[in-house]
Design a protein. Sequence first.
Length: 290
Amino acid sequence: MLKIKNVSLAFGEHQVLDNLNLEFKQGQIIGLVAPNGTGKSTLINVILHNLIPQRGEVEYDSLTYSSNKNEVKLHKSICAFPDQNDLFPYMTGRDHLKLYADLWHNSSSSVNEIISQLQMASYIDKKTATYSLGMKQRLCFAMVVAADTSVMLLDEIMNGLDPQNVSLISDVLIELKRKGKLLIMASHLLQNLQLYADRVLFLKSGHVIQDINLQDNKELYLKLQDSNKVESIIKNIKHLKLANGLNLISLAELDNLKKEKLMQDLALNLIPYKVEPISLEDLFEIHYGE
């Protein structure tokens, strides 16, 4: 289990993480959601020990970053998504994969499987200086897979990828979870994240303002686009109005009479609606919308 224990970190007067306490289990995908510059990447860098908090500590497998020896042991279990600028332009993609496999003592035989799985055969033996941004992004993800660590820290791995590659990497993420990996990922592609994440943390002002378990997220909401007619129908019903004009009504909070009356009014006025669990995009609007 990975534990974030009483972690606080500030840059000058700006408090980015404020007494944060979290626990993450193996075999899960954890999503980190927040506007840019509000702590997602900072938390990932604290876990990796690239940033040292003013207070608190990170613990994994009963080890903390309390000594150089422990740091070496922890980094055998934790790997982070590399920056494209860290790629060596005159090395091939295959060379990069072998490098990561060797550094983390993974079997080099798995490199060919990764190349096939991520459909990289057509360019993997070319120098990375010739790669497009999307090809570099896929290679960086493949390097983490080649390291084969227990914990994988993935910061915006879908950037620059077309829908086909987003789907491809999503499938690999699910397979890694099945193998018992702990994947912690910051992502702005909320529809995609909702498909495979087990748990999503919304960050704001140094705190986790919502910690949602998507596997247990069964509560249904009635979703209505705003209009004068809709406003008159729901004016006496508790609802959330989002910045994008969407109204959300928790069906669990309505008694049967109110629910029946509401559905009749919507039908009589030919007002379209959806009934579904709240989405990550809805929650983003609730927490960060103007």
